[in-house]
Design a protein around this ligand. Structure first.
Ligand code: DGT
Ligand code: CA
Ligand code: CA
Length: 576
């Protein structure tokens, strides 16, 4: 656990205590400690090893023992106990500016309000203004705060899958302008980052003023933040901030390169340019001695001029791509056409929408050589998981199906739950009868770091397991990754020759680029799977490939680029 999380837990605790009406003395001890921890230069974990936590001013014996408890277990007993004594939604209510624990308690006691939605309803129905110490003004203020709070939450980064459609809509619209010659999407979207801060667009135009007013005049524009002679910024519905840069033909390559970023990559390039006697900006390379500006109409020419090969945008993160390119050792990034099958697909035997036949047909349409049907095991209560008996029937059904098809091999599989104790839902005898075994964590997600890591490692040590699905469990807008030790899990995958998944669901993208790159560097093989629940999801493979490319992954690093024969020998499948 890091300092920020520990401080947050203490702040949380203070709020809960205050809501409960405990003494100020008690609550202040926690808020003061949280503030101290946030200001520390050193990680508490390090101080703990040195045995110096107690020496931090204002921490003391009792709190330091709670910190140690958190470092070792991810939480502390008093917090868990106290938290359960109040409704969960109350914390969210107390996070609204202007609503402290006392007011939250008033709403709870007098109106039974336990969630943000209930509070919002109470305000709209004018039940707040009738309470003691409240009135019309306070009620309106609360409503506004709730709206702002919701907006703030949305104001964060946008999932790639949503931002790309908005960007495409705007690009298509700009394409219609007679004054715009060419439009390109730049920024993090072009680099295929998993989340997008704002949308960046470049337009070539010899009439920049007209191009700008065409952009700011789009019907859906909610707000014009900036409107200059060559650039503008707007707000588009859904809280999308969109930046436009207008450029003339000659400098298009330079501008596209600059505006694609990343910022860190650009800084690195500028240093490289300086070492060659040039200064680099969005208009081109300027010779330091003569002051002469060379413009670039294509990105490739710019990179070549700096002694580099063309760098795919996905690599431009300053993660070693410049040095590697200088050495001529850039990876040959994986492409869609390298994919020969999908190992993570659900049928209507569990929580998928389609029959096995429909899925097999769809895989044939995609030109795949194989598809694994990996329905859920029974611990995942909500997903209609398969009992032992149904799993055997599932295997039989797939055997029969394989007799029907020549163009595709259907592999019998499972997405088997790793239970809280690290055991799997099915016995080894059963697992042995499957072609492929995917394991995953779906419940007990709030276990502490040590427990959850150990739980996953013990699953990876099972000889029948092949792939770990969505290893960190993150879902955009829903939950952060579990607190787990990725290094240990990657090492366990390596030691046991297991495969880690890049889950292509645009709401998961798990492993992410950083972890997938780490896995590759440790020599761990990856599988790019779709986790399909309806046939359309099979197209999500493109999102998984984006992540893989950002992770420097090549065809040979990925299990499902292998031909069927190789897969069979690797997975120990004898029956052809
Ligand atoms: P985002 O929007 O947070 O998802 O990430 P980006 O990479 O799209 O960043 P953004 O929109 O702030 O800027 C777009 C590009 O413009 C960025 O990737 C590189 C370039 N850029 C922005 N600020 C700077 C800067 O201060 N120095 C340099 N060299 N380039 C910059
Ligand atoms: Ca951006
Ligand atoms: Ca921007």
């Amino acid at each position: 656990m890091d300092n920020i999380r520990i401080a947050e837990k203490f702040n949380h605790m203070a709020k809960i205590l205050e809501f409960k009406g405990e003494s100020q003395f008690k609550t202040r001890a926690y808020t003061n400690a949280a503030r101290t921890i946030k200001g520390l230069d050193e990680e508490l974990l390090v101080l703990h090893k040195e045995g110096t936590i107690e020496n931090i001013p204002g921490i003391g014996k009792i709190l330091s023992s709670k910190i140690v408890e958190m470092l070792e277990t991810g939480t502390f007993e008093a917090y868990e106990r106290t938290k359960d004594e109040i409704p969960a939604g109350i914390i969210e209510i107390m996070n609204i500016p202007g609503i402290g624990p006392k007011t939250a308690r008033l709403f709870y006691k007098k109106l039974g309000v336990q969630t943000l939605d209930e509070l919002s309803r109470a305000a709209r129905e004018h039940r707040i203004r009738r309470l003691p110490r409240m009135g019309e003004k306070q009620e309106e203020k609360i409503l506004r705060s709730i709206v702002r709070q919701k907006k703030d939450k949305d104001h964060g980064r946008h999932p790639f899958v949503l931002a790309k459609d908005i960007a495409a809509e705007i690009r298509d619209f700009l394409d219609l302008s007679p004054d715009i010659e060419k439009v390109a999407i730049a920024g993090s979207l072009r680099r295929k980052q998993d989340t997008i801060g704002d949308i960046d667009i470049i337009a070539i135009s010899e009439e920049p003023k007209k191009a700008i007013s065409y952009f700011t005049g789009m019907e859906k524009v909610e707000e014009v933040l900036e409107s200059g002679t060559t650039k503008a910024s707007i707000i588009y519905p859904g809280n999308y901030h969109v930046d436009l840069r207008v450029v003339n033909r000659d400098s298009y390559g330079s501008m596209l390169q600059y505006f694609t970023g990343s910022k860190e990559h650009n800084i690195h390039l500028r240093k490289l340019a300086l070492s060659k006697g040039y200064s680099l900006n969005e208009y081109g390379l300027t010779d330091e001695k003569t002051g002469e500006l060379t413009k670039f109409s294509s990105e490739e020419n710019l990179y070549n001029e700096l002694g580099l090969g063309y760098l795919p945008p996905e690599l431009r993160e300053d993660r070693g791509e410049v040095e590697t390119s200088l050495r001529g050792k850039l990876p040959r990034l994986i492409e869609r056409k390298d994919i020969k099958g999908d190992f993570h697909v659900h049928s209507n035997w569990s929580d998928g929408a389609n029959t096995m036949e429909e899925l097999a047909e769809a895989a044939i349409q995609k030109g795949y050589e194989y598809i694994a049907i990996t329905d859920h095991s029974y611990s995942t209560g909500v997903a209609n998981g398969l009992s032992d008996k149904r799993l055997l029937e599932h295997i039989d059904a797939i055997d029969k199906l394989n007799e029907k098809y020549n163009d595709i091999r259907i592999l019998s599989g499972t997405e088997c739950d790793i239970k809280a104790n690290g055991k799997l839902d099915y016995s080894n005898d059963l697992l042995e009868q499957l072609d492929i075994v995917i394991v995953a964590v779906h419940a007990g997600l709030d276990q502490d770091r040590k427990k959850i890591t150990k739980r996953i490692v013990s699953a990876l040590e099972n000889e029948h397991v092949d792939i770990m699905a969505h290893p960190t469990g993150r879902k955009f807008g829903k939950r952060p990754p579990y607190d787990m030790d990725m290094e240990t899990i990657i090492q366990a995958a390596k030691d046991n020759e297991k495969v880690l998944e890049i889950n292509s669901s645009p709401w998961r993208l798990d492993l992410n680029d950083v972890n997938a790159k780490k896995a590759k560097e440790h020599g761990v093989m990856l599988a790019i799977n779709t986790d399909t629940h309806i046939i359309d999801h099979m197209d999500n493979i493109a999102y998984g490939i984006n992540i893989a490319r950002r992770a420097w992954i090549e065809s040979d690093d990925v299990l499902n680029t292998m031909k069927l024969k190789k897969i069979c020998s690797r997975l120990g499948i004898s029956k052809e």
